[in-house]
Design a protein around this ligand. Structure first.
Ligand code: NAI
Length: 475
């Protein structure tokens, strides 16, 4: 079996944590039970690009339990938990000397070259074939296949320019090496029945591709299942933003001024958590609706420029770029903490920071850097501007990820088994499946649902067994 992880001897530890996580992931375990006999993913060759954590290990082993062949990478250079990767490679029945699990190519602290090499490996089955399904988080695997196929069609790979980000140079190098006469990427794209996408940023990329007519296979937007974005993005970040700050800095949050940029699902969870720790939280927004929500939730809403010099902690949550610029960072308080929890690392202008004349980088420990400005003041940047909850801590806890990943598994089954019902486009799962995911998580929390009477159901125009809300309902 081909794979590459940091240290296979961590597999035992990983397996113990996977066992504990399984108990906290009732949705995934219920799906395993429901589909054990029918094996709906038999024949599926799933390439996954999603943070290689303990929770993801339970997802991977669920896909395998349903019949799929799987190859995996992390979707971020810092987010792999090495013991999880080792346990997945060894597998529940293998040993360190005889790994029998899933080919995983992931370790904490990859270089960008290694990251894209891993992605290519996971997209290449032994014998050179590709996958027939992608499970993506942020869209990097989907992007590589699409760009490869696009350049094969054009007959050439364009050069990267000086102004392109470093990562684009790495992607262009990889494609220059692999795009060719054999049409590797075109063939892979043709075999793929569909992709299921985990996060807001990846979903955004998919809709853009569909709009421009370049999307090559159908996609299910898992992010916008209610039981994903209204839970993982919000309650998951409410947990893991504090975990990231604590493990990275252990600074007391109570009494500090914290700025949360963006008040979408992730921003709402982060602002709530920081307030829960006693921070005085300030929100920035561009959308009047979200700004009004933040104000009515009791937060001061203003621009970053107004408060950049008085805040102690910054968290970007926008999915947008250039939110905190080098100029902003130059004006911050001594030892202000600068972090991002959005998917990509361009919310904080790290390239601009590096180019500040006279700036000195002082590495405190992995994923924590002090940047000292020529005037002597410094700031602490977490995870080099990459998502801090996965870079500095272990991401979201199992229970919330069980909701997200149960949607992922159901979406994979949908696209793989009902391919002809999904022409190229971007879809969300039907509401009854969203409600099913929620239902699978109620018992574990001791929740008792009220059952509608037939008369009540008729009165509000729904079925007794649901769905209970119209499509336009926003929760
Ligand atoms: P969202 O679209 O609900 O929220 C983003 C908010 O940022 C919007 O309200 C938008 O108006 C605002 N915004 C955009 N540009 C802005 C600017 N210049 N200044 C201030 N506000 C601005 O998206 P969601 O679901 O909250 O996701 C945000 C990011 O977090 C995405 O990149 C997503 O992929 C990622 N994500 C990360 C997770 C993690 O564990 N680290 C978990 C879930 C999502």
């Amino acid at each position: 079996m081909d794979f590459k992880v940091a240290d296979l001897s961590l597999a035992d530890f990983g397996r113990k944590e996977i066992r504990l996580a399984e108990h906290e992931m009732p949705g995934l375990m219920a799906v395993r039970k429901e589909y054990a006999a029918s094996q709906p993913l038999r024949g599926a060759k799933i390439m996954g690009s999603l943070h290689m954590t303990i929770q993801t290990a339970v997802l991977i082993e669920t896909l395998v339990a349903l019949g799929a062949e799987v190859r995996w990478v992390s979707c971020n250079i810092f987010s792999t938990q090495d013991h999880a990767a080792a346990a997945v490679a060894v597998g529940p029945n293998g040993t360190v000397d005889n790994p029998q699990g899933v080919p995983v190519f992931a370790w904490k602290g990859e270089t960008l070259e290694e990251y894209w090499w891993c992605t290519e490996q996971a997209l290449t089955w032994p014998g050179g074939e590709g996958p027939n399904m992608i499970l993506d988080d942020g869209g990097d695997a989907t992007l590589l296949v699409h760009k490869g196929a696009e350049y094969e069609k054009a007959g050439a790979v364009p050069s990267a320019t000086e102004n392109d980000p470093e990562e684009w140079h790495v992607i262009i190098d990889l494609l220059t090496r692999t795009v060719g006469e054999q049409k590797k990427w075109t063939k892979i794209a043709e075999q793929i029945k569909g992709v299921t996408e985990e996060t807001t940023t990846g979903v955004h990329r998919l809709y853009e591709m569909f709009k421009s007519g370049t999307l090559l296979f159908p996609a299910i937007n898992v992010n916008d299942s209610v039981t994903k974005s209204k839970f993982d993005n919000k309650y998951g970040c409410r947990h893991s933003v504090i975990d990231g700050l604590n493990r990275a800095t252990d600074v007391l949050i109570g009494g500090k001024v914290a700025v949360v940029c963006g008040y979408g699902d992730v921003g709402k969870g982060c602002a709530d958590a920081l307030r829960g720790q006693g921070a005085r939280v300030i929100v920035t927004e561009i959308d009047p609706i979200c700004a009004l929500q933040a104000a009515m939730d009791g937060f001061q809403v203003t621009t970053l420029e107004e408060v950049v010099g008085i805040a102690d902690i910054f968290v970007t949550t926008t999915g947008n770029f250039d939110i905190i610029t080098a100029d902003h960072m130059a004006k911050m308080k001594h030892q202000a903490i600068v972090s991002n929890i959005g998917h990509f690392d361009n919310e904080i202008d790290m390239a601009g920071l590096t180019k500040t004349p006279g700036i000195v980088r002082n590495n405190i420990k992995p994923q924590v850097d002090e940047w000292v400005f020529p005037d002597g003041h410094s700031i602490l940047v977490l995870a080099e501007g990459r998502l801090m909850n996965l870079g500095c801590a272990t991401g979201h806890p199992s229970f919330v990820m069980s909701n997200s990943f149960t949607n992922q598994v159901i979406a994979q089954i949908e696209l793989f088994t009902k391919t002809e019902e999904y022409p190229i486009g971007v879809y969300t799962l039907p509401k009854h499946l969203d409600e099913k995911v929620a239902r699978l998580h109620l018992d574990a929390l001791g929740v008792k649902l009220t059952t509608l009477t037939k008369a009540q159901a008729e009165y509000i125009g729904v079925n007794v067994e649901g769905p209970y809300k119209p499509e336009h309902y926003r929760y």
